[in-house]
Design a protein around this ligand. Structure first.
Ligand code: CP
Ligand code: NVA
Length: 320
């Protein structure tokens, strides 16, 4: 029996489901053509209301490698960008495409799409969450640290703008994975209580834990992986002046990295701003795995799409 599932935020999958998707991601790492659920080719619509390099390329190439046809639509080239209602756009696309992928602003917009869609909807970044990125980041930990089973019980630290989409996604996805998640940022740039409470409730069921702090050293001490992100997210470009100053103590530099485990990984979703949220010595240094992380967007998203389609079709063979 098929089941329509979406990936709008990281906790749309439970612990076992997240593991299943990551295991599938490991299979796609070994064999780019492991499953081809969109053979036909079947179309997948990939919509962008914000710029993108990695998400655009990984979904375009990924859908093609899954046997499908990626229809990439930018805001400037769509009626959505001229004010056509989300529900009307979705009614049309859902009759043609086999999955809908969307990068947009408020989370409520993609939730509206999912209410109307009769095919899986995937969040390719909103102001609130970036679940595809964190799947890729966890796949990268699995790649370097002994497989998907190794994630449970690990300590991850995220530093910088702790109120942004990446911070929220690490909180939720890390809790789902059973990790000890620490996020650190300055006052005024800490996550919303609602997200922290959701993450804590999940962590209580998976053996993970959540720490939100203004102390960067407390966050990184003995961590297995350190993450950061830009201090100025897409849509906040007019806030450069006010945003830089409070974040300096959270810059990931060699001194802070030295507090993490000696074999800790460094990851950054990219694009990175060297000399701001991370020093060149760290991002271009021996602990950095950012290029594998970027490559893993391809494998993780192919796994996610295959899993969602497997669920919708009730085809168990696509889930492993
Ligand atoms: N990390 C990430 O989502 O990159 P793009 O904005 O280039 O897609
Ligand atoms: N927080 C960043 C992530 C970019 C992939 C942004 O939203 O711009």
């Amino acid at each position: 029996m098929g089941q329509l599932r979406h990936m709008l935020r990281d906790d749309d999958v439970n612990h076992d489901e997240q593991k299943q998707i990551l295991e599938l991601g490991m299979k796609f790492r070994e064999n780019r053509f492991y499953h081809r659920p969109f053979e036909g080719p079947q179309g997948v619509a990939v919509l962008f209301d914000k710029p993108s390099t990695r998400t655009r390329s990984s979904f375009s190439i990924g859908v093609a490698e899954l046997g499908g046809y990626p229809l990439v639509i930018d805001k400037s080239g769509s009626q959505l960008g001229r004010g056509e209602p989300i529900s009307d756009t979705t009614e049309v696309l859902t009759r043609m495409a086999y999955a809908l992928v969307w990068r947009t602003f408020e989370q409520s917009r993609i939730e509206e799409m999912a209410r109307v869609a009769t095919v899986p909807v995937v969040n390719a970044l909103t102001d609130e969450f970036h679940p595809c990125q964190v799947l890729a980041d966890f796949l990268t930990i699995a790649q370097f640290k002994g497989g998907v089973d190794a994630l449970e019980g690990m300590t991850i630290a995220y530093l910088g703008d702790a109120a942004n989409n990446m911070s929220n996604s690490y909180l939720l996805a890390g809790a789902v994975a059973g990790m000890h998640v620490r996020v650190a940022g300055p006052n005024g740039f800490l996550p919303d209580d609602a997200v922290v409470q959701d993450a804590e409730a999940i962590a209580a069921t998976t053996g993970g834990s959540i720490l939100v702090t203004t102390d960067p050293k407390e966050a990184v001490r003995d961590a297995d992986c350190v993450f950061t992100d830009t201090w100025v997210s897409m849509g906040e470009e007019d806030q450069y002046a006010v945003r830089s100053k409070p974040f300096w103590p959270y810059q990931v530099n060699e001194e802070l990295m030295a507090l993490a485990k000696p074999d800790a990984l460094f990851q950054h979703c990219l694009p990175a701003y060297r000399g701001k949220e991370v020093t060149a010595a760290v991002i271009d240094g021996p602990q950095s795995v950012v290029w594998d992380e970027a490559e893993n967007r391809l494998h993780a998203q192919k796994a996610l799409l295959t899993w969602l389609i497997g669920k919708q079709r009730g085809d168990e063979s696509l889930l492993v």
